[in-house]
Design a protein around this ligand. Structure first.
Ligand SMILES: Nc1ncnc2c1ncn2[C@@H]1O[C@H](COP(=O)(O)OP(=O)(O)OP(=O)(O)O)[C@@H](O)[C@H]1O
Ligand SMILES: [Mg+2]
Length: 153
């Protein structure tokens, strides 16, 4: 499904809407160029989960964890890694929720992942002009929530 994002507020709001329907263990794999809006969308998701700490890009920290919301949010960014470095991170720990409290896993630069979870939401963001973005959201072995499918554009 393609969604037009008129400005940064639209992207944040979409994240908030998306957050309402997320359950523990859900994974969102984000792809798109530098500045396409991946972190902005995750900030909306964080807001929708009720996280009040500022959500900042994990480009340098690799992972930021937020535990104050309805569900924990694990926000990762693989930008600085090569595909062959990713397996050592044992990312499945996050979506299996065995060694960590089950929560939402949002991964930027998911194109760097040599393997994917069994089910996930794929989000591809691309540039329109300075203010606008396009989002292609595709569920893999899961369904898109009614809120996302029926939202007015
Ligand atoms: N419609 C829009 N949605 C999201 N961001 C927008 C939009 N229009 C303009 N922007 C701007 O684009 C930038 C998006 O930055 P953001 O950090 O979210 O991108 P990113 O995809 O996470 O980049 P990176 O690959 O560096 O992590 C911000 O500066 C934001 O203000
Ligand atoms: Mg980012």
């Amino acid at each position: 499904m393609r969604i037009f994002l008129a400005d940064i507020t639209a992207t944040r709001k979409l994240g908030i809407t998306l957050a309402q329907s997320l359950n523990a263990g859900n994974v969102i794999l984000l792809e798109g160029d530098l500045g396409a809006g991946k972190t902005t969308l995750v900030q909306g998701i964080g807001e929708g989960l009720g996280i009040t700490d500022p959500i900042v890009s994990p480009t340098f920290t690799l992972i930021n964890e937020y535990t104050q919301g309805r569900l924990p949010l694990y926000h990762l960014d693989l930008y600085r890694l090569e595909s062959n470095q990713v397996p050592a991170l044992n990312l499945e720990t996050y979506w299996e929720g065995i060694e960590v409290t089950p929560g939402i896993v949002a991964i930027e630069w998911a194109e760097r992942m040599p393997y994917k979870p069994d089910s996930y939401l794929s989000v591809r963001l691309s540039y329109g002009d300075e203010k606008t973005r396009q989002m292609e959201i595709t569920p893999h072995n899961c369904v898109l929530s009614e809120e996302i499918v029926t939202r007015r554009m």
